[in-house]
Ligand binder design. Structure first.
Ligand code: SAM
Ligand code: GLN
Length: 278
């Protein structure tokens, strides 16, 4: 059977099992099994050997039973970076591309900035900042040892010098940087515990600690801001769509200035940012 026929049949199969975007999923999974890309898939004439066919069948089954596509293909595009992702670590989302662009903007005109990404997961935010600002000194923290390993291996593979450390919030950051951080950025776990059960199985396949947290980390970061940020340094955080008022209120109470709530591409509140007085 030629790959185009395999794709047709597996698309039907995924569709019958309620997988969204079944054709894109079938193509991506088959390309991964054949070690090629989408163009290579359609250029190919020969069929699948038995081992590949079996591997492909198993991958389709995993997808139908709620494994996210990215855990099967092992990768996720984040702006112009291709990141390795895997089970046990949060998969970067498109909303977070907006967060990191809003964060990058705050570094304009700041020479040799120091940036810290709290709860780095695969390293997406920290790596993109370093990729766009080679003059920056970038740190990242995460409580998950698996996330720290993955972020470090993404940094090595992409040739980006980011200092990734395991630990809570800012605990692992060198104390000498207190009062010198130009940008504190985070996409923390922000879903409410009560939301967890109604999440789709794909999302529940990601670590609970990466998803559920309400505004706990946001509040810790607001408290840490005055101690860690340089004068005019920025705190930029991702939020759940209903958390804009609460989080921006906490920013103002901590005397942060120029506080704004920014929407994502679907016009939902998604980012809060504010800066320390200059
Ligand atoms: N920044 C990544 C991204 O946007 O793709 C991952 C975001 S994920 C929603 C939240 C991450 O924060 C998880 O990797 C989780 O392990 C980490 N985390 C949760 N609580 C934390 C804490 N108190 N201190 C540091 N990291 C934490
Ligand atoms: N946006 C995530 C979701 O798809 C939640 C991300 C987070 O808690 N930071 O549910």
């Amino acid at each position: 059977m030629r790959p185009s026929e395999v794709i047709r049949r597996s698309t039907d199969y995924l569709e019958r099992h309620g997988v969204e975007s079944p054709r894109e999923n079938a193509e991506a999974i088959l390309a991964q099994c054949l070690g090629t890309d989408r163009a290579g898939l359609y250029a190919r004439r020969e069929g699948l050997d038995q081992t590949t066919a079996r591997r492909f069948g198993r991958a389709l089954c995993r997808r139908c039973s709620g494994t996210p596509l990215q855990y099967i293909t092992g990768e996720q595009q984040f702006l112009d970076l291709r990141l390795t992702v895997g089970r046990g670590v949060f998969i970067p989302r498109p909303e977070t591309e907006g967060l990191v662009l809003a964060a990058l903007e705050t570094l304009e005109g700041v020479p040799d900035p120091v940036a810290v990404d709290v709860g780095t997961g695969s390293g997406a935010i920290a790596l993109f900042l370093k990729h766009r600002r080679r003059d920056a000194q970038v740190f990242a923290t995460d409580t998950s040892a698996e996330a720290v390993d993955l972020a470090r291996s993404n940094a090595r593979r992409l040739g980006l010098d980011v200092d990734v450390r395991v630990g809570n919030i800012l605990d692992p950051i060198p104390k000498a940087l207190r009062g010198r951080v130009s940008l504190l950025v985070s996409n923390p776990p922000y879903l409410a515990a009560g939301e967890y059960d109604s999440l789709p199985p794909e999302v529940r396949a990601e670590p609970y600690e990466a998803l559920v947290g309400g505004t706990g980390v946001h509040r810790s970061l607001v408290l840490a801001a005055s101690e860690w940020l340089a004068p005019s340094g920025w705190l930029v955080v991702e939020i759940g769509e209903t958390q804009g008022r609460e989080v921006s209120g906490a920013f103002r109470r901590a005397s942060l200035q120029d506080v704004e709530v920014l929407p994502d591409l679907a016009s939902r509140d998604r980012v809060v940012r504010g800066r320390l007085p200059g």
